[in-house]
Design a protein. Structure first.
Length: 203
């Protein structure tokens, strides 16, 4: 992910692997309102190790209207080729583990077109899968304190992550969520009541 923001992301530690680049990074502290533009060249998987800015939200610039921002969770995935606008409130520096997975690693388990649906793009901004969380935590430990075979072990973890991400994305319904399809409960109640009134008039 290339930052288009004048304050670049700072890489603290890094492991370069055949199928992934794993980094501990600091996002710049700016406040009171932060907004950063990113362009993703690889699959960018981010686990926050410190609290994200208050009301951290993101917008896919190539897919969503400018006013639509969805909340960021502890883990988010930005698909390859997407442009993301991230914003939040506060001036504290934030640290994340970032795993940049190559397309070849992920495309073995996931059709990239599967990520282009609205529901899947939104779901990837807040990944709550426990197995993915555990793998990223283990990866963070290896990057922070490398030991015997750290690169080999981290490469194996990245391969597991690719599989788990494929499973996660395949499990997301491609249909739009309830807030963007059909009628809500209030609208249905109004229609039902109007139908009842019409039936009483016709009776």
């Amino acid at each position: 992910m290339n930052s288009l923001n004048p304050n670049p992301i700072t890489v603290i530690q890094e492991l370069l692997l055949p199928q992934a680049t794993v980094q501990l990074v600091n996002y710049p502290a700016k406040g009171p309102v932060q907004e950063t533009m990113h362009e993703c060249d690889e699959y960018w998987l981010d686990l926050t190790l410190t609290p994200r800015p208050i009301n951290a939200q993101a917008n896919y610039l190539n897919h969503w209207h400018p006013g639509r921002f969805e909340s960021l969770g502890r883990i988010f995935l930005v698909p390859r080729g997407e442009m993301l606008c991230v914003r939040g409130e506060g001036s504290k520096q934030q640290t994340s583990l970032v795993c940049k997975l190559s397309a070849s690693a992920l495309h073995e388990w996931l059709d990239c077109e599967q990520l282009s649906t609205d529901a899947r793009l939104a779901a990837c901004l807040n990944i709550s899968d426990g197995r993915i969380h555990q793998l990223l935590n283990r990866m963070a430990a290896e990057v922070r304190d490398p030991g015997l075979g750290s690169e080999a072990l981290t490469e194996l973890i990245s391969a597991q992550l690719a599989i788990e991400l494929g499973r996660f994305c395949n499990g997301i319904s491609p249909r739009l969520n309830n807030s963007t399809q059909g009628l809500n409960e209030r609208q249905l109640r109004l229609i039902t009541e109007r139908c009842r009134k019409l039936n009483r008039r016709l009776a």
